[in-house]
Design a protein around this ligand. Structure first.
Ligand SMILES: Cc1ncc(COP(=O)(O)O)c(C=O)c1O
Length: 398
């Protein structure tokens, strides 16, 4: 089937939740993609920060095929060796001591919210169950995670929402301090807001948030679904600020394209759930966890955390220089390979469409931001080429 035929079939049979351009990718290798008409692209979206080791990494493909031949799924009615091994691996590379596995970022956040509330049941006053989140945050599309998400556009068609959430401006410690009263059991934030516009907080913010949570005896939940696993040039985003959360969620890059999410915790929070409190049929099955274990190993073996930092610095340098010369480019922000190029013109969607036409996949957020989130395996040459292609795309605007 060609691009058009696939698009027609999708339009006829899928619920119209998405509105993509008439392009269907059918093959990928590293940072390259090919569509159903045979056109080649350079991928600077990586499946929305999912394909951390690039498309169809040979080690990942081999691991998935071998595990699929051996055993894929047995349910959590029985112990699963790769699940236990993955939990140990995540404990080795992070602050956390224990993990719960599920299938997506939203589910990981649902688990984190339930975990915080159950911990509050044992440790805080009755009625102290509210979770404070940030405006412009994004935590997923289930009913509870759109409620955690501080953006009305995701909530307004689905009222009534579950109670127990309140919102404050991201990066404003005074606002947060004012919102944390005797009803609050946890603060939930992304260390860098992704969907909300690659918003990086000031140097002191997350340390101040940590201190506030400690002073009030409440939990800090960090949603690292987008920032985790090397994306920002550190294993986890919070490492940039030298703090640790009580609970952290992961998904996206953990499976490199294979669906898996995780909710991680330390201390007594990590032992709060008891049998029957939470579960998932598919969560943490043999295939998902073996894949995630291989993902983490590839990131380690190929030094991709360091590479993300280096390539991010290179892209930042290039766009800083371009911002001096071109009024269409205002500035670049972000960490590692989670970058936002803010345009000086309100034409992000047009630039992204032109770039796609020229063979570069980038993502527009709002009216003036381009999100760059290439695979962590991206080369210097590919970064230079992407910068050229964005400049060319801007040059083709009328
Ligand atoms: C920070 C963050 N949290 C949660 C999610 C939701 O993840 P999923 O789409 O896997 O449910 C996303 C997705 O973009 C995200 O960026």
């Amino acid at each position: 089937m060609n691009n058009h035929e696939i698009a027609e079939l999708a339009r006829d049979y899928l619920m119209p939740t998405y509105g993509p351009p008439e392009i269907a990718f059918v093959r990928g290798e590293g940072a390259k993609l090919w569509d159903a008409d045979g056109k080649e692209y350079l991928d600077f979206v990586a499946g929305i920060a999912v394909c951390g080791v690039g498309h169809s990494h040979p080690r990942l493909v081999k691991t998935i095929c071998e595990q699929a031949r051996r055993i894929m799924h047995t349910s959590n009615l029985f112990f699963i060796e790769p699940q236990a091994r993955l939990a140990r691996k995540l404990a080795d590379i992070s602050f956390a001591e224990r993990s719960f596995f599920c299938n997506s970022g939203a589910e990981a956040n649902e688990a984190a919210i339930k975990l915080a509330r159950k911990w509050a049941l044992h440790n805080l006053a009755a009625g102290q169950r509210t979770i404070v989140t940030a405006l412009k945050s994004f935590h997923g599309r289930t009913l509870t995670t759109i409620t955690a998400t501080g953006q009305e556009k995701y909530q307004k068609s689905f009222l009534p929402l579950p109670p127990g959430f309140r919102y404050v401006e991201f990066g404003n410690i005074e606002a947060l301090t004012g919102a944390v009263d005797d009803k609050v059991c946890a603060v939930m934030l992304e260390p860098i807001q992704g969907e909300g516009g690659i918003n990086v907080p000031d140097e002191d913010y997350l340390a101040d948030v940590r201190s506030l949570c400690d002073d009030r005896g409440i939990l800090l939940i960090l949603d690292e679904v987008q920032t985790g696993l090397g994306r920002t040039g550190r294993w986890f985003g919070h490492e940039h600020w030298g703090i640790e959360p009580d609970i952290m969620t992961l998904a996206k890059s953990l499976g490199g394209g294979f669906p898996i999410g995780a909710c991680l915790a330390k201390g007594d929070v990590a032992t709060t759930f008891e049998p029957g409190d939470h579960a998932s049929t598919f969560g943490g099955n043999h295939l998902a966890c073996t894949t995630a274990l291989e993902m983490v190993s590839i990131i380690e073996d190929e030094g991709l955390v360091e590479r993300a930092a280096e390539m991010g610095a290179l892209l930042t340098e290039r766009f800083d220089a371009l911002a001096e010369d071109m009024h269409e480019i205002d500035h670049i922000r972000g960490e590692g390979l989670l970058l936002g190029v803010e345009l000086g013109v309100e034409r992000a969607a047009e630039v992204a469409a032109e770039a796609l036409d020229g063979g570069l996949v980038i993502n527009a957020i709002g009216t003036n931001l381009l999100r760059l989130a290439p695979p962590l395996t991206i080369t210097e040459e590919e970064c230079e080429r992407a910068v050229e292609m964005i400049v060319e795309a801007i040059g083709r605007l009328d």
